[in-house]
Ligand binder design. Structure first.
Ligand code: SF4
Length: 418
């Protein structure tokens, strides 16, 4: 009988649980290997492990690593791909910490999920922790006892925040289905059947920009939203404004997408009058408003793939995805929206030496860097994820979330994109 990850006898490597965020230095040999040697060793280990293993590569991952990925995509799509593989024992997630947590939540109990470098965190996910969330929740309940508050979290959040949301009547959303999930939340979320006609307020984690861009596209004015700063009493808000707000947006952001500024769009317009500007909705509202289109990574990829030769694009998202699109479509002109280093530096920590190290440990029967979500957190996070999937419009025709086919509906210069 195969031993599941929750019944496997502890080895020194397995005793890294509960997981740490500190990455032990690699054995000396790995940083000394040439790229060619690393490739050979990775290929050899990969072949030996065969179909016991799946390697996932996020869209923002560097090419050297992505070439070994069985699946490439956004975080939720990748986790669902892993969950649909039958009989696998290991998932190596070449992404960041919250993505590996999501894969652990969605895959079978017998599957070990491994993050090759534990230092690969996400600046946005790290901006909301559970203690701050509980404090915020208590203060909101006190200030708004006459309202139904529905917590919604973006996929880019820790498992603990997803579980909090699940336990309190809310759901997870992706950048593709955020509008559908917010529409559901504004009807009262999971409490819609039971609550009377109370005002509904949405508490949105952790990306204020995705929340603001989506709510604005739905017709909510900016003054119907407040930002919750977890370091301040009442999130830094006047009690009356807080009470009246329809959306409470957690003060979080992606450090990569925050680098794009409105003047970058203006510069592109001046330099390339025919160029279309397409950005991710993690960008600031001012940038999204100036862009021609906004949508998830899958939406951006789809738009470029469908465009005729000669189309010109300035893309506002992580540089590795933009470079990959440029290489795949030499018939189009594709540039990064700005010349800043729009690089997800934490994801960049996953490199060939780390991939080789985890694979060769697996060959020896050792699981290093396992990412494990405890049973209670997993249960409630799954509730939040299942609610998302049950909301109409959140599941695309390919069985993945609507990022596989659908755009984020964001108001831009060109109007609502859909
Ligand atoms: Fe997190 Fe931003 Fe990196 Fe995505 S690009 S993993 S949101 S820091």
């Amino acid at each position: 009988m195969k031993l599941g990850r929750r019944t496997l006898s502890p080895t020194p490597e397995n005793l890294e649980k509960p997981m740490k965020v500190w990455q032990q230095p690699l054995p000396e040999i790995y940083p000394q290997l040439s790229e060619a040697e690393l490739r050979l060793r990775i290929e050899s280990a990969r072949a030996a492990l065969g179909d016991r293993l799946v390697i996932l590569g996020h869209h923002y991952q560097q090419d050297a690593v992505v070439q070994f990925a069985d699946f490439t995509g956004d975080s939720f799509e990748l986790s669902r791909n892993a969950a649909s593989q039958k009989g696998i024992e290991y998932v190596i997630f070449c992404g960041v910490h919250f993505m590996a947590e999501s894969a652990d939540i969605l895959t079978d109990e017998n599957v070990w999920v491994i993050l090759p470098d534990l230092g690969a965190g996400c600046s946005m996910a790290d901006m909301a922790n559970l203690d701050q969330t509980l404090e915020c929740w208590e203060q909101l309940q006190e200030q708004c006892p006459d309202q139904t508050i529905v917590p919604i979290t973006y996929m880019n959040s820790s498992a603990a925040i997803k579980a909090f949301v699940g336990e309190h009547g809310g759901a997870v959303c992706t950048s593709s289905n955020c509008r559908n999930v917010l529409e559901w939340a504004l009807k009262g979320g999971a409490a819609a059947q039971t609550s009377t006609a109370r005002k509904v307020k949405v508490l949105f984690f952790p990306d204020q920009h995705l929340g603001r861009n989506t709510a604005y596209a739905m017709g909510y004015p900016l003054d119907s939203m407040v930002v919750w700063d977890p370091r301040q009493e009442l999130g830094g808000n006047d009690p009356r404004r807080l009470h009246n707000a329809d959306f409470v947006l957690w003060k979080g952001h992606c450090s990569v997408h925050a680098l794009f500024r409105p003047e970058h769009v203006d510069q592109v317009r001046q330099q390339y009058p025919d160029m279309r500007v397409i950005v991710h909705p993690e960008c600031k509202w001012e940038v999204v408003q100036r862009a021609d289109m906004a949508g998830s990574t899958a939406y951006i990829v789809k738009q470029v793939e469908a465009a005729p030769p000669g189309t010109e694009w300035a893309i506002g998202t992580e540089v590795h995805l933009v470079n990959r699109l440029r290489n795949a479509h030499p018939e189009q002109k594709i540039v990064v929206l700005s010349d800043c280093q729009c690089l997800c530096t934490t994801m960049y920590r996953i490199d060939l030496p780390h991939l080789c190290w985890v694979l060769e440990n697996l060959l020896e029967g050792k699981v290093v860097n396992p990412i494990q979500v405890d049973a209670k957190t997993r249960k409630w996070a799954l509730v939040a994820l299942d609610r998302m999937l049950a909301i109409k419009g959140t599941v695309g025709p390919h069985g993945n979330d609507s990022s596989a086919s659908g755009p984020v509906q964001i108001s831009t210069q060109a109007g609502i994109v859909d």
